[in-house]
Structure formats: structure tokens, C-alpha cells
Design a protein around this ligand. Structure first.
Ligand code: SF4
Length: 510
């Protein structure tokens, strides 16, 4: 990751959503395996890509600006060493900070790649100030964490990491390496995903299972919240970060809503069926007579499929049609996902979508998207109207976003449309749509756990905590205080949940 508070004109401090990968497979082209993972996970970060390989004694590192395939096709060679045994890779999503913050970062024989955001980075920075690199000083929380870890005492690298990582607060899924051992670690709340896979002659780590097929790996299990694994010739050794005081789970539900790829198994559940369930709920919740249901591609497609497959939609004769297209060949250099673009999101929203005019002209449309963040859908609505759409009924497969994320996803309070305009009618007007409907807190959690929840949970902001999720951007009920302390209400909700909060998170994909 690498959050830096230097972006001019941004209402909030930028945050990152990144991808991390790790490979331990002596004698194999580990840098190329890492690259395969980075390419598959580029939806998580497109501003820089980097790979570090090690041979047991030293590292070779290459990184550059842009998406992984472009960086390592046109700008950089994939690093290689004779006798190489492990690799660490990172796709970065942050604008600021400059080249010295691109990851993986290396200091004193320790390499780090980080996804998340450390909430105590400012305090730690007073103690552990990163040194300048080629005249520029890294500013990210990851650079601070690296200094802390390098300056923590211990008899072995594993002991040092265990002691150092225990001082980090907030969200982190990290891949680290010394020259001969690969490490993976996930914060005790489990905000960000990290999965372990088995490959010919070794092991891989990745932010999402979608990376595994191209890396030649098969899914083994999740790295558990609060677990550190060390991977070397002896295999995978697991350590607990805080065995005496397990933290309440707070898995980022926005990973399921938007961030993860639909073919990933994140937090032990497939993303695609989760999104379909949210679409079915939307269809049931606010039936409307329309000529068709269409998606905002790509992140709205799975929910739209669920919507169209529902009994309600079939009963009304509302079928799925493709009314919006994105150009698969545009954005290679600048990045594809509108939401995680640091700048120019409105301009990107205007050029990103093409309207299929014969589909929309003179027709009443139901349009499904995963979320409304800053409201750039208004440009899409304007294009649909210009192409002759008669009415637009917008259906959103998540609740209104009202609070900024402290744990690694790039939005702050002030820029969220639902924060600016709490009334749904006002937001519908701003977006230029005839009606606007969201799934509720309960429905979102229900889709995640795939079981019926009582209707009262619609008004219960702790419904996320009770099921082991963070949903603070929807409720403004953060699972940790700024200090890292656990609010009493969160601890109580987790306690009431009993074993429920840990429901299926260790279930392997089937
Ligand atoms: Fe995820 Fe929202 Fe929580 Fe951030 S605030 S970790 S985006 S659920």
C-alpha cells in the first residue's frame, strides 16, 4: 500500500488498495511466476508494479510505473538471479509519494509488499523515519513499517517479525522476505485477504485466488487473521500474532462488493455468487416495470445476472441485455477501473462506456451497479438519455457509502455522494435517474453469509460486526478506534455472535 497525505485538491487523504504476491519455489522462474500473479491481480492497483527475487544471499528488484504487463514487457526485465528461490511482487494503487514509494521496498535484507493501511503510521513515523532513497524520502506507511521491522530485536528473523508486526495497527496483508525465507502475515481483524497456494516445487501467496491458475498454483487455504507464516524448504510454519486476545474479525465487505475479482474466493466465499445474491435481492425489493435490465460493466455484471435470473424479473419479463460496453483495449497505459483512478475519474467515466443505442433507445431501463461512490454515474445516465433511454431505474448492490475508509480503500467522507446528499431523492436527482434503490445493511450481510437474517437487522449497524465483517463505510461504525483500540460495542457484537463470526472463513473453494 502506501498512503501519503500529499495530493493537492483531494478532500481526504488518499488510501490504497493493492495486490501482493509471494513465491517460494527454488529452481523455478520465481520472478515470472510472481509476474503472472501481478497481471491477474492488476484490478487492485495499476499505478506501479514491482518484483523482488532472492537467491538465499541477495535480492534483485525491478519496479516501474504502470500495469504489471506493460512494466515488464516494455520498461523493465523481470529480475532473475542464478539459484533464485523466492520472489515478492506488488501492484500498487496510490498516486502520491513518487517512485521511492513503489513496492516491494527493501531495507537491510528485508523486503516488504503491503496491502492495507496502518492506522498508527503517524505515531510510528516519529520513531522510525525512513531514510532517503536517491535523494527522495519514502512517505508511505509501508516504508515506516519496514523500518520498524528492521529495527526490532529477536534471535531469528521470524522472532523479529512477530515482535515487530505486533506493533502495527490497522489493516495489513503483507508478503515479506529475507533472502532465504518467504513470510505472509494478516492483521488480527483480517481486513484484507491473503491466500496460500501450492505449486510444483513450492508455495505461493496472493491477495486473491484469481491469481492462482496463471501462477500454476492450487488453493490451499487462507492465511488466518492474526497469523504469520514462514515458508522455506521445510514447508509452511504457522505462528499466531496474539494468541491470548483474539481481535474481533472485521473482514472488509467492500472486497466482496467491488474490490475482488468475481472468480476469486475471498474470505472463504466465492465472489460471483455473493454478487448474484445481491442482484436477486434488488429485484425482490423494488419491482419496476421496465423493458430490460442492464449492467454497468464490469463490476455490476454479476449482480445484474442475479437480478435477471430472479423470479420477480422473470415474472415481469425483464431480461438481461447489454446496453453499455467498455473498450478492452483502452486504458492499457492509464489503468482501467474508474473507482481506483487517482485523478480524472469524471473524464474517465465519460469516455470509458459506450452505449449500445439500439438496446436503449425508446426503452425503460433498469441499470445495476455495485456501488455509488462519488457519483460519476451521472455521466453514464446522461449518455443513456442522449441515446434515447426513456427512463433509468438505478439499482445498487450495496448500501449507500457514507463514511471514508480507514483501512486501505481510497475514499474519504467528503467525496462520497451519500455523505454529501443523505436523502435518496436528492441523490437520484443528482445522478439523473428516475429511481434509486440500494440493498440494505442486512441484505448485504445476508448475501455474504448466504443465510436469512431477521428483518430487524436492517436498522442494526452492528450487523456487520456480528458476522465478522467491517462495513464502516456504510454505517460509520468503525471496528477500531483511531488508537487501534476495539470499541466496546464491537467487542459486544462479536461476543454475541459466538462462533457465528467465524462462520465459513476457512472453507476452501469447492
Ligand atoms: Fe472495507 Fe469499508 Fe471497512 Fe474500508 S470501511 S475496510 S472499504 S468495509
Amino acid at each position: 500500500m502506501g498512503a501519503v497525505a500529499r495530493l493537492a485538491g483531494r478532500p481526504e487523504e488518499p488510501r490504497d488498495e493493492c495486490a501482493v504476491v509471494g513465491v517460494f519455489a527454488p529452481g523455478r522462474p520465481v520472478g515470472r511466476v510472481a509476474l503472472a500473479g501481478l497481471i491477474e491481480l492488476n484490478h487492485r492497483g495499476q499505478e506501479s508494479a514491482g518484483i523482488a527475487v532472492a537467491d538465499g544471499a541477495r535480492f534483485a528488484i525491478a519496479k516501474g510505473a504502470g500495469i504489471a504487463e506493460v512494466v515488464f514487457t516494455f520498461n523493465r526485465e523481470v529480475p532473475e538471479l542464478p539459484g533464485q528461490r523466492l520472489a515478492v511482487g506488488h501492484d500498487r494503487y496510490s498516486t502520491s509519494g513518487g517512485a521511492c514509494d513503489a513496492q516491494p521496498l527493501e531495507f537491510n535484507g528485508l523486503v516488504i509488499a503491503h496491502n492495507g493501511h496502518l492506522t498508527n503510521a503517524a505515531q510510528l513515523r516519529e520513531e522510525y523515519r525512513p531514510p532517503s532513497v536517491d535523494g527522495a524520502r519514502p512517505e508511505s506507511d509501508t516504508a515506516v513499517a519496514l523500518q520498524l521491522l528492521c529495527h526490532t530485536a529477536g534471535r531469528t528473523p521470524t522472532e523479529r517479525l512477530l515482535a515487530g508486526v505486533r506493533r502495527l495497527q490497522g489493516a495489513y496483508a503483507m508478503v515479506l522476505a529475507t533472502a532465504d525465507t518467504l513470510f505472509g502475515v494478516r492483521d488480527p481483524h483480517g481486513f484484507r485477504p491473503l491466500v496460500l497456494g501450492h505449486t510444483d516445487g513450492g508455495w505461493v501467496l496472493a491477495s486473491e485466488t484469481a491469481a492462482f491458475p496463471r501462477m500454476g498454483a492450487t488453493y490451499e487455504r487462507e492465511i488466518e487473521p492474526g497469523e504469520l507464516v514462514a515458508i522455506d524448504e521445510r514447508g509452511v510454519t504457522s505462528y499466531a500474532l496474539a494468541p491470548l486476545s483474539p481481535a474481533p474479525l472485521a473482514r472488509c465487505i467492500f472486497e466482496l462488493v467491488y474490490v475482488s475479482r468475481p472468480d476469486s474466493c475471498t474470505f472463504g466465499r466465492w465472489v460471483e455468487p455473493f454478487r448474484r445474491r445481491t442482484g436477486e435481492m434488488l429485484a425482490r425489493k423494488a419491482p419496476v416495470r421496465a423493458d430490460l435490465v442492464m449492467a454497468v460493466p464490469r463490476s455490476g455484471i454479476a449482480a445484474t445476472v442475479g437480478f435477471a435470473a430472479s423470479e420477480v424479473a422473470r415474472g415481469l419479463g425483464v431480461a438481461y441485455e447489454e446496453g453499455l460496453l467498455t473498450n478492452a483495449y483502452a486504458g492499457l497505459a492509464s489503468g482501467f477501473r474508474t473507482f481506483i483512478r487517482p485523478t480524472g475519474r469524471d473524464a474517465a467515466a465519460v469516455i470509458k462506456y459506450s452505449v449500445v443505442e439500439p438496446v436503449v433507445r425508446g426503452r425503460d431501463l433498469i441499470v445495476v451497479d455495485d456501488s455509488v461512490v462519488r457519483g460519476s454515474f451521472r455521466h453514464v445516465a446522461a449518455k443513456l438519455r442522449a441515446s434515447g433511454a426513456r427512463s433509468i431505474h438505478l439499482r445498487i448492490a450495496s448500501p449507500p457509502l457514507v463514511g471514508g475508509c480507514r483501512y486501505g480503500v481510497d475514499f474519504g467522507d467528503g467525496e462520497l455522494l451519500a455523505h454529501q446528499l443523505p436523502a435518496v431523492e436528492d441523490r437520484a436527482r443528482r445522478l439523473g435517474v428516475d429511481s434509486l434503490v440500494h440493498v440494505s445493511w442486512r441484505e448485504l450481510v445476508q448475501a455474504a453469509v448466504d443465510e436469512e437474517l431477521p428483518p430487524g437487522a436492517d436498522d442494526d449497524p452492528e450487523v456487520f460486526a456480528r458476522h465478522g465483517f467491517c462495513g464502516a463505510c456504510f454505517t460509520r461504525r468503525y471496528p477500531t478506534e483511531e488508537t487501534g483500540a476495539i470499541p466496546r460495542r464491537v467487542a459486544a457484537a462479536a461476543e454475541r455472535a459466538g462462533g457465528d463470526a467465524a462462520d465459513t472463513w476457512l472453507r476452501p473453494p469447492t
